[in-house]
Design a protein around this ligand. Structure first.
Ligand SMILES: [Zn+2]
Length: 365
């Protein structure tokens, strides 16, 4: 009796300690954002090496800094202005405050039921699969769109993904609404029918499921998933859990092209990101340039090499899928906000649609 009483207390103490450690962990992972205007080249290089630059407008940079590294950051950039103390908290509050937001942004469960609905409504062209699990065990979903009875034997597979950063929730909504237009257009719109007959479109609306669920930018800790890919300077590094799963999917499907959707900045970009040196192959460089020029024809987005358009970033998706798999890999930064009011979503869909169609057309012939 006495022993089981002790055991019970031991268990309760253990659980309490566990809860306290969880709370501490959550407190440590607060991310703030700062604005740095006109940094020197040296400052910019030091900032980019240690922190994530989330966006750039002219000479103004938005930098994401874990709160515990605040003083280290301010030593590099003493003139930086605090924009948001707690990025996650701000997003959670605006979602709770604004009824528009609540109505228009889907939760992770709603994303799943929506994809399931598509697979049920369009069984001849759509398949929903799980391709792995996040670090917290959330299932990772890919919706495969292709004519299953197509007479075309070799169909290029294209990876089209969103929400690698869990707080960029506009990217998931835009992707899902464009997916809806594609399934509805099949058999009704000649070009969409050709896309789905001749390619395999792999839609991953949420890459970073843990971040999306908790409205957190990163999957866990301070690891930016889009700086966790191996790259030529560090070929054997271990990517974030959700990125490792995405890489396996890309390998398994032998993708020919990749479109990684982020927010924000109104930019359409290609490798390299890890260096300002242009890619070796002149023909591919030309291909990237003409593709991104065409993709920006309707929306006026800036286009070009990532490291030149924003800054040097090591370990990002476009570099990986080009370097390892020889694909045309594009990074797209949509709009002017990571989570604009609900009424803005449709405007972003209209801006991105011609860019996505142009991207698919490049492979569908
Ligand atoms: Zn992003």
């Amino acid at each position: 009796m006495k022993l089981s009483y002790l055991k019970k207390w031991a268990l309760i103490t253990f659980l309490l300690q566990f809860l306290v450690s969880l709370t501490l962990q959550a407190n440590q992972e607060v991310l703030s954002s700062y604005r740095v205007d006109s940094p020197t080249e040296q400052q910019l290089a030091e900032i980019a090496a240690r922190y994530e630059i989330a966006s750039r407008e002219g000479a103004s940079y938005e930098v994401v800094v874990p709160r515990i590294f605040k003083s280290n950051f301010l030593k590099i950039a003493p003139e930086a202005q605090l924009v948001t103390e707690d990025l996650r908290e701000e997003l959670v509050q605006s979602l709770a405050r604004n009824q528009d937001y609540l109505a228009d942004y889907r939760s992770y469960d709603q994303v799943y039921s929506y994809l399931q609905g598509i697979a049920e409504r369009y069984p001849q062209i759509a398949t929903l699969q799980t391709y792995g699990k996040s670090s917290k065990g959330n299932p990772l979903y890919v919706l495969k769109l292709t004519n299953k009875n197509s007479r075309f034997s070799s169909k290029p597979a294209l990876l089209i993904d969103a929400a690698t950063h869990g707080d960029e929730i506009i990217t998931t909504e835009v992707l899902l609404r464009l997916l809806e237009q594609l399934v509805q257009g099949y058999g009704n719109d000649a070009e969409i029918t050709r896309f789905i007959d001749r390619t395999t479109l792999l839609f991953v609306p949420v890459v970073n499921a843990d971040g999306f669920v908790s409205r957190n930018r990163y999957e866990s800790g301070y690891t930016d998933p889009n700086r966790s890919y191996p790259y030529p300077g560090e070929p054997s590094r271990k990517p974030a859990t959700c990125i490792a799963a995405l890489i396996s999917l890309a390998n398994q499907e032998r993708i020919a092209g990749a479109l990684d959707i982020h927010a924000y900045g109104e930019l359409i970009m290609y490798p390299w990101a890890y260096t300002t040196v242009p890619i070796d192959e002149a023909a591919t460089q030309k291909d990237f340039d003409s593709l991104t020029t065409a993709m920006s024809a309707n929306n006026g987005y800036k286009h070009g090499q990532i490291s030149k358009l924003i800054y040097v970033a090591k370990g990002s998706s476009a570099d990986y899928y080009y370097w390892k798999m020889g694909t045309l890999a594009i990074a797209l930064e949509i709009g002017r906000s990571k989570a604009p009011a609900g009424r803005e979503i449709e405007r972003q869909v209209t801006a991105i649609k011609p860019a996505l169609w142009t991207f698919i057309r490049r492979f569908a012939g």
